[in-house]
Design a protein around this ligand. Structure first.
Ligand SMILES: [Zn+2]
Length: 207
């Protein structure tokens, strides 16, 4: 199995991290999205990430088995991510690193969620403080990976469909109706768990 690719995007400023799932969490879910023009940030995401950037590293963790399936190449995936980063930057938001699993589910790799391999690789390479970190995703596999890695899961569940059908053992720390609400909860939770914020103008909350 090749090592999980990593794409560092900026300097490290904090060890607290918010991990983000990609499809269905920050981007509209387009199955096996292979074209930059299909990239569409979901409402409130840019502002929400910019808000989190004030106090956290932000790391994308995404399953992209379309690579192993031959639907797109890693170069095409890179173009999609570069386009996504440009769109985020228009609203002052940034992502510190992107980790993705390119493997087929049948390969049984350690990095495909619900396995925690990508989170653990990021934690080691970026000295991330996992117990004070969060994973925002829209799937139970995201919550499982978060739990395995020892960080807190925040489930974006706009229709509360998953909440109504939550299996035993699935334990997101918080269930949010949208990204904005999830980002606000993370900031409030972190403040009540030792996150020191500098006095002065507060970062603009996501609208
Ligand atoms: Zn993998």
């Amino acid at each position: 199995m090749p090592p999980a690719p990593r794409r560092p995007c900026s300097e490290e400023t904090t060890n607290r991290t918010v991990f983000l799932d990609r499809d269905g969490t920050i981007l509209r879910d387009v199955p096996y999205c292979s074209r930059p023009e299909d990239v569409e940030l979901l409402p409130g995401v840019s502002r929400g990430i910019a808000y989190l950037n004030e106090h956290f590293k932000v790391v994308l963790v995404t399953n992209q088995s379309g690579v192993a399936r031959g639907y797109f190449t890693e170069e095409m995936l890179d173009r999609i991510h570069q386009h996504m980063l440009r769109e985020l930057a228009r609203e002052g938001a940034g992502v510190d690193a992107i980790y993705y699993c390119p493997h087929h589910p049948d390969e049984g790799c350690e990095c495909r969620k619900p396995r925690p391999g990508l989170i653990l690789a990021a934690a080691e390479e970026m000295a991330i403080d996992l117990p004070n970190s969060y994973f925002v995703g829209d799937q139970l596999q995201d919550m499982a990976a978060a739990r395995e890695a020892g960080c807190r899961g925040v489930l974006i569940d706009d229709l509360f469909y998953i909440k109504r059908n939550l299996p035993r053992g699935a334990s997101p720390e918080y269930i949010a109706p949208d990204f904005r609400t999830g980002a606000l909860w993370i900031m409030a939770h972190a403040r009540s768990h030792g996150l020191e914020t500098v006095p002065g103008p507060a970062p603009q909350p996501p609208l």
